[in-house]
Design a protein around this ligand. Structure first.
Ligand code: 6R9
Length: 682
């Protein structure tokens, strides 16, 4: 133990002095070739500064160097944040699938593009760039032959697998937009997204397999499309060998693909044509379809992938997020493929068949960068270090975290146990709206400090700012406030599908001239950023966003419910869990336990299992202001058992409501049960 520790310290100091030499003789052309011509840029700090003060020059150089264009752009950016106008690389034409596939097939056709880490450990499938292009082209031709046109939107309801990636890229190839819906969403949630996206084509698999369980995805699609008159066809790929009922509307995807040509003419897309929609929760009941476009999104995904993780040619990149989330889009698919990398598609769970799954996979696939969520890290650390030590994780070079704040304990464990104290841990802050990572400890000098649990430093071209209640900039350090982004960047979402007004109201109007993120942040004495959490009614369960209003909408649909209020409360594994306060109508006469279960089932069925309330408290009334607004702040404090922090209650309509709620909460915690509820105010 002593020896081990000493040798590590020696190594650390050796590597520090080596890095000092490196940073003194920083070679810009080796670090970022296109930056070699930037005037006055001789170190990283200067490069960061240049990317902000010469934003057009910086992004133009990067875009020319790293993307393959069919025709060049004439304008780098035309953005006005205050009016929600965001345009990058206008005049340029390109095809995203060509950038992710064809250009690598020319140089290294047999390189592995995808490693599909299937649910069953040890059964991974490797797909080369040549064969991913083949799949994509056949599927592109099939979509075209079946009437999918440029500008249409195809909904993809599939777990991570090569055909899901080929589906995304096939859409990009023919100029259709895709709308990937997380395959854990219920039929109703899927239907809502299909309807909003007006898709006429859906792509799915017969069944999914996760954690050893079979999931009937095709059946869920069947139920969903009953309520979606726009859907004309459903492509069904076979993940398992079990046949499923096929109707006239259904198309056997693999069989039809075999009949297609393996050459598919790529559509020439304008930089600002839509690449995809991705639905995410906001603070109202209706999920919003954020719109990302072609060139800017791809460029931002590839540049952040390359530099935040220090991804180098030949590395194996392991992002374990599902492709149904933005992390899967940017860092399992678009970023790594645009960089010609090898990327892992993870189909399983962190604990299947045991809590060593990630690390056994790291050893078997020789993963160099591992990118995961704090919720999984917190879960795994409870199982003990031996699950990590069983495996050889020495290939790891960088560890990433995303989705929610990572607490110090989880960060330290990730760094010390998983990374053996060697690998930088990058806590990456970003959002569906931002397209790619905005704040992260790297890139920075190799020996620059990394503070546990802090996203720290803005990426190239990013200008985070903190504002006060009036929207005035907070310029000093050691201060907190709403986090805004002061300069547009190529990866940002352009609008909300069919609702530009909501885009403007949500992101542009709260602090005119800035993009409002919805998060709060603290800027430390040293100028580093630490994200403190959402400022709106969005909660984050295991790194997945949920609007409290979304859940309330479902709960309120129960005929027994008069009204409800949902909040998030801290949970040691999930980060946050859902707590619902429910007021029942008069004379319900159903036992609380039954109603509680009924409401949980309703939420699972309407949204997804992860949205299910962990706690439901039945109350006589909710604390409201005199103008009728629910005071969620008060509910949060009650659940956090911070009664001293209830704050100003002067606007409260009926102070007795709080007392009842406090009592009810205490009863719930102590496991007391009421008799069947009979009379409640409605
Ligand atoms: C990429 C992704 C975005 C929201 C975001 C914030 C939270 C994400 C975080 C983080 C603290 C981090 N979030 N990363 N909070 N530290 N490193 O997660 O996108 O699903 O849209 O969620 O997640 O609250 O606003 P998305």
């Amino acid at each position: 133990m002593w020896l081990r520790c000493t040798s590590k310290c020696v190594f650390a100091s050796l590597s520090r002095s080596y890095n000092n030499v490196l940073s003194r003789s920083f070679n810009i052309a080796a670090f970022m070739p296109e930056a070699a011509g930037f005037e006055g840029v001789s170190d990283r700090a200067a490069l960061q500064e240049f990317s902000l003060s010469n934003s057009d020059h910086f992004w133009a150089a990067v875009a020319r160097h790293r993307l393959t264009w069919i025709s060049p752009f004439h304008t780098v950016q035309d953005c006005d944040l205050s009016r929600g106008r965001i345009k990058w690389f206008e005049g340029g034409k390109l095809n995203v699938s060509v950038n992710c596939l064809d250009r690598h097939v020319h140089t290294c056709p047999e390189k592995v593009a995808l490693i599909w880490e299937r649910d069953e450990p040890g059964s991974e499938v490797k797909v080369t760039y040549r064969s991913l292009l083949d799949m994509t082209c056949r599927l592109g031709n099939l979509l075209r032959r079946r009437g999918v046109k440029k500008g249409d939107c195809v909904t993809i309801y599939m777990p991570p697998c090569p055909l899901a990636v080929a589906s995304m890229l096939a859409c990009a190839r023919i100029g259709a937009a895709h709308n990937v819906v997380f395959a854990g969403f219920s039929a109703e949630a899927l239907a809502e997204r299909i309807r909003d996206a007006q898709s006429s084509t859906v792509i799915t698999v017969n069944q999914g397999v996760r954690g050893g369980r079979v999931i009937e995805l095709k059946k869920t699609v069947d139920t969903a499309v009953e309520g979606c008159p726009s859907v004309k066809q459903v492509f069904v790929a076979m993940r398992t060998e079990n046949p499923v009922v096929m109707t006239d509307r259904d198309v056997s995807m693999e069989e039809e693909m075999k009949l297609e040509d393996a050459v598919c003419e790529p559509a020439a897309m304008d930089s600002e044509d839509v690449l995809f929609l991705l639905y995410t929760s906001g603070s109202t009941g209706k999920p919003k379809g954020l719109v990302h476009t072609q060139a800017g999104y791809l460029l931002y995904a590839l540049l952040t992938h390359r530099y935040v993780f220090s991804y180098h040619d030949g590395d194996v990149f392991g992002c374990v997020a599902d492709i149904g989330w933005i992390t899967g889009h940017s860092y399992s698919v678009y970023g790594p493929l645009a960089n010609g990398g090898t990327t892992v598609l993870f189909e399983s769970t962190p604990v299947y068949p045991n809590p060593g799954r990630y690390w056994e996979m790291v050893q078997r696939l020789r993963i160099n960068q591992f990118y995961g969520a704090p919720t999984a890290i917190r879960l795994l650390l409870k199982y003990g270090d031996h699950w990590v030590h069983k495996y050889d994780c020495s290939t790891l070079k960088t560890l990433g975290s995303v989705g929610e704040p990572i607490n110090t304990e989880a960060w330290e464990w990730y760094h010390r146990v998983v990374g053996d104290g060697r690998c930088p841990v990058v806590d990456t802050w970003w959002q569906t709206e931002t397209g790619g990572i905005c704040i992260a400890p790297r890139p920075s000098d190799p020996d620059a400090e990394i503070v546990p649990g802090m996203a720290m430093r803005p990426f190239f071209g990013m200008k985070p700012v903190l504002v006060d209640g009036e929207g005035k900039l907070l310029t000093s350090n050691n201060t907190s406030g709403p986090l805004c982004l002061a300069q547009p960047w190529p990866g940002m979402a352009r609008t909300i599908h069919n609702n530009h007004q909501r885009f403007i109201e949500t992101y542009c109007q709260p602090y005119p001239g800035y993009f409002f993120t919805g998060d709060g942040a603290h800027r430390s004495e040293e100028g580093y950023y630490q994200i403190t959490g959402r400022l709106d009614d969005v909660i984050n369960v295991s790194g997945h966003r949920l609007g409290t209003a979304e859940i309330e909408d479902v709960v309120n649909h129960c005929p027994a419910v008069a009204e409800s209020a949902v909040i998030g409360y801290s949970h040691d594994v999930k980060g946050q869990a859902v707590y619902a306060f429910v007021v029942l109508k008069k004379e319900v006469g159903v036992p609380e336990e039954d109603l509680s279960q009924l409401l949980k089932d309703m939420v699972s069925k309407s949204i997804a299992k992860y949205a299910c309330p962990d706690q439901i408290q039945f109350v006589q009334r909710l604390p409201k202001t005199r103008s009728g607004k629910i005071m969620r702040r008060v509910l949060r404090k009650v659940v956090e058992q911070d009664l001293g922090g209830l704050g100003d209650l002067s606007t409260l309509d009926d102070p007795a409501a709080v007392q009842e709620i406090v009592q009810g909460h205490q009863d719930l915690c102590s496991g007391e049960r009421h008799s069947p509820l009979k009379v409640h105010a409605s």
